[in-house]
Write a protein that binds this ligand. Structure first.
Ligand SMILES: *[C@@H]1O[C@H](CO)[C@@H](O)[C@H](O)[C@H]1NC(C)=O
Length: 363
C-alpha cells in the first residue's frame, strides 16, 4: 500500500476540507446571528385603557407583569337580545372614532378622557371622563368571557354605559376588570397543577412558575413591534399614506432593527432590569384594514393591508392563513414594576433558531 495519496484521494481530502470549512463558517455565522446582543430603542409606548378604542400615547409607563398600568382595564360589550357580545375593532370599526388620553389629577386619582369624534360629525364631538380606579365595592359583578378565558369583572355605573350607547347608537355596557385577571390560553404557557407538580419545570424561567395572567388584552401582557418592519409595510402602500402603527395595537415600538422581520426570531428583550420573553407571534386579522379616520373598512391600498401581508408574511405554521406582525411578550423576573420610557435601550439578548408556532388551548 502506497503512503502517498493518489490524485483522486487528494481531491477527496481537499473537497472534504472545503466542505468542513463552509459548514463551520455557516454554523459560526448562524451562531453569532442567534446570540449577538442587539441594542434597540423604545421609540413609542401605547396603552389602551378601554380595549379597542384609540390608544393613549405615553412618554413613559409603569410596566408590570400584567402589562402596562391602565392597559385594557376596561372593555365594551354590545347588549344583544340574548346576552352580550365582546366588542373589538375587527367587528366594530366605529370604535376607532373614540380617542383617549390619561390625566393624573392633583388629588392622586387618574382618569381616562374619552373623546367621541365621529367622521363627518367632528363638530359634535363629546367627551367623557372615566376614573381609572373606580371603587369596585360599589359596582355590580359582571362576567366576561374572552376567547374562552373567563373573568369576573364589574359593570360600571349606568351613566358611563349610557354615554357610550348614545355615541354608538345601540346599547352597550362598559365593564371594569378591577383586580381580577384572566389566564392566557397558550398551550405552551398554561401550567396545569399536575404538570407543575410532576415536572417542576417552570415555563418562562424560574421566576414564573404559574400560567401568566393578563387583562382584557387578547393574548399577552405586551405586544412589541419593530418600526423597521412597519416601514416595510408602508413600502407596500401609497407613499402619502404610510401605515399607522396603532392599527397593529402595539404597546411598545422598538426602533433600530437592521432588517424587517428580525423580530420573528427574538426570544428575549431586556429593558433595564426587566426581561421580556417573546413567546409568540401576533397573527393578524382584517382589523388592520380599518380606516381609523372614517371608522369604516379602508378603501384603496390601506384597505388591502391584510392581503398585502398575506403574500409573504404567513410565516407561523400554527396560523397558516394569518400574516404575522409583532411579538407577544411576557414578563420575567421577580420585579413587580419598572418604568419604561421612550428612548430607553432595549437589548435583544436571545433569539430562537426557528420561528415560534401559534398554539391555543382548545376550549
Ligand atoms: C419587505 O419584506 C419582504 C419580506 O417579507 C421583502 O421581500 C421585501 O424586500 C421587503 N421590502 C423592503 C422595501 O424592504
Amino acid at each position: 500500500m502506497s503512503h502517498t495519496l493518489s490524485t483522486e484521494q487528494s481531491l477527496i481530502v481537499a473537497g472534504a476540507a472545503i466542505a468542513l470549512f463552509l459548514v463551520s463558517h455557516v454554523f459560526l455565522r448562524l451562531r453569532t446571528r442567534s446570540t449577538k446582543a442587539k441594542s434597540l430603542k423604545i421609540s413609542e409606548i401605547y396603552v389602551y385603557p378601554i380595549k379597542s378604542l384609540r390608544p393613549t400615547k405615553l412618554e413613559s409607563a409603569v410596566a408590570t407583569k400584567y402589562g402596562f398600568e391602565h392597559d385594557r382595564v376596561f372593555m365594551l360589550l354590545q347588549v344583544l337580545p340574548d346576552g352580550y357580545r365582546n366588542m373589538a375593532v375587527s367587528r366594530y370599526p366605529d370604535m376607532t372614532q373614540f380617542l383617549t388620553s390619561i390625566e393624573h389629577r392633583k388629588d392622586g386619582k387618574a382618569e381616562v378622557h374619552v373623546t367621541f369624534s365621529a367622521f363627518g360629525n367632528e363638530e359634535k364631538s363629546r367627551t367623557l371622563s372615566v376614573p381609572l380606579a373606580p371603587d369596585t365595592e360599589k359596582l355590580d359583578p359582571f362576567n366576561v368571557d374572552m376567547h374562552g378565558s373567563p373573568t369576573a369583572a364589574f359593570k360600571m355605573p349606568h351613566e358611563y354605559s349610557t354615554w357610550f350607547s348614545e355615541c354608538f347608537g345601540y346599547e352597550v355596557v362598559l365593564v371594569f376588570l378591577g383586580d381580577n385577571k384572566r389566564e392566557v390560553l397558550w398551550r405552551d404557557l398554561v401550567q396545569t397543577q399536575n404538570a407543575a407538580l410532576l415536572t417542576r419545570v417552570p415555563l418562562l424561567g424560574s421566576a414564573i412558575p404559574q400560567t401568566p395572567q393578563i387583562t382584557f388584552a387578547d393574548c399577552a401582557p405586551y405586544l412589541v413591534v419593530s418600526s423597521t418592519s412597519l416601514d416595510n409595510v408602508s413600502s407596500r402602500l401609497a407613499p402619502d399614506e404610510p401605515m399607522d402603527v396603532t392599527k397593529f395595537r402595539p404597546n411598545i415600538v422598538l426602533s433600530g432593527a437592521d432588517e424587517a422581520w428580525e423580530e420573528d426570531y427574538w426570544s428575549k428583550v431586556r429593558v433595564g432590569s426587566i426581561e421580556l420573553i417573546m413567546k409568540h407571534n401576533c397573527v393578524r386579522c382584517a382589523s388592520v384594514n380599518v380606516d381609523y379616520g372614517t371608522g369604516k373598512p379602508g378603501t384603496g391600498e390601506a384597505g388591502q393591508v391584510l392581503k398585502k401581508l398575506q403574500k409573504d408574511r404567513r410565516v407561523d405554521k400554527g396560523a397558516k392563513w394569518s400574516p404575522v406582525f409583532g411579538r407577544y411578550a411576557f414578563w420575567r423576573g421577580a420585579n413587580n414594576a419598572h418604568v419604561f420610557k421612550v428612548g430607553d435601550e432595549a437589548i435583544v439578548t436571545d433569539r430562537n433558531k426557528d420561528r415560534s408556532i401559534f398554539s391555543k388551548l382548545p376550549r
